[in-house]
Design a protein around this ligand. Sequence first.
Ligand code: FE2
Length: 561
Amino acid sequence: MIVLGISCYYHDGSAAIIRDGEIVAAAQEERFDREKYSPAFPIQAINFCLQQAGVTIYDVDEVAFYEKMYLKFERTIISHLIGWPFTFRNFLDTMPLWLKDRLAVSFAVEDELSFKKPVRYIKHHLSHAASAFLVSPFEEAAIMTVDGVGEYACATWGSGHGTRIDIRQEMHYPHSLGLLYSIFTAFLGFRVFTGEGKVMALAEFGEPDYLDKFRQIIDLRPDGSFRLDTRYFSFNKGETMHNKRFEELFGPPRPPGPDFTDRHYAIAASLQRMTEEIVLTMARHVHEQTGLNKLCLAGGVSLNVTANSRIREEGPFDDLFIQPAAGDAGAALGAASYVYHALSGRPRGPVMHSAALGPEYKDRAIEVLLRNSGARYRRLERDELLAETARRIADNQVVGWFQGRSEFGPRALGNRSILANPANPDMKDHLNRVVKHREPFRPFGASVLRERVGDYFEFDGDSPFMLLVARIRPDKLGSIPAVTHVNHTSRIQTVTPEHNGIYYDLIAEYYRQTGMPMVLNTSFNKKEPIVNTPDEALACFNDSGMDCLVMNQFLVERNDR
Ligand SMILES: [Fe+2]
């Protein structure tokens, strides 16, 4: 049986395909159309998935869509009616989108894909839940999904047993943690969807002095459910989601730009602390109600690494699985998994140990590109390539690293990464300024050998998708400044030979040469979506301050040095 999952029309359009229980391919449309968080109908991602599976659309048994759009439309209409006539402008802006695309998914599937059977619509949070539980290592687990909003639900919890998922409680719009985070992201002068991670980074620079004010607008209950005081917000009513009363409490919004005051740091810190408090309260309640010791997480809020880590460290669960594409991209995979396993009753497939589900490119294609573009390059044998790359990282060179299949989800995990020396105190600024062209306060993550993670971090366990942070051991403080955030933590990816192949071997070689069991790992991009193809990698390399580029077996030097 073959099931194709699709998400699109808001942000993070993506496709995933399951064949005989195995996730054969999954990719976001942004990697193909080069628009960050592209909401487009993911025709290129779908074509890639079909090609990777070696099938055509006529072989596909079911198409699964990641939400019930009629229910979502109903919620949209109701919230416009509640705020009428102040929602009029927003109504005029959004209705064409609904009529043109969102309500016409089945037509798009029929027209663009020539798929004639009825599409299966899976509730949004059920798609998120399935994206984590059904691909997790757990036969039985509690499940929590928290995001902006699906149809009505903004957060749910329940449990999974085998291939069955029971959602036991939903929290409904507008009482949404994801939405609240986005409202403050915009208030703090960042773009929604791209700015949430920046707010999280900013939070570590301040004290949570505004927590009392947050408690004024959020009523958090012992079961982790909460209500936003809607008198402070202007949902669908104007340019911003907050209103005058909100500004009386928090002050004026921050204009975009490089300047921050203590107030901005404090608001970000309080928002982050509140977020952690809510998910932790919810996790404790879910544990109490389900009596289960494992937890699966998905939904955009599960990209909040600090909140995840607090659940891991302070929460009641023994083990966690977090879907690497926790945002709406992963919901395409979830919808497909739900149809394949839960609705069709087929047994669970292999555990999702790796997010490497995108396209890969053969040596031959890369060599043709390098030759035609006049690049200076050498082909090296594997051992020589690893030794040379490790030596260059140790020598403080910034290395573009392009290997195997691209990653599904927002993180680069060693297949489309930029690598550097974590021990160099100048590397963070150098990368932010010269290579990535991004804000100086943003930290970098580390990829560390799984068996050596305890050497540097107060952490022993798995973090394969870089969705957890770890406190640096006091005796190692100062030894890895390029991956140390201001609060003495690092975002870490634990790397194993079973699931990371050549990337593990590179870090092992780096360890052999330097005694350091990790490298700095940041995504291979410069503001645009992470590179997908060798052409994009070469263009990004030529246009940035990277020192060399490794693509498969080829080491590429800069032409201008
Ligand atoms: Fe979502």
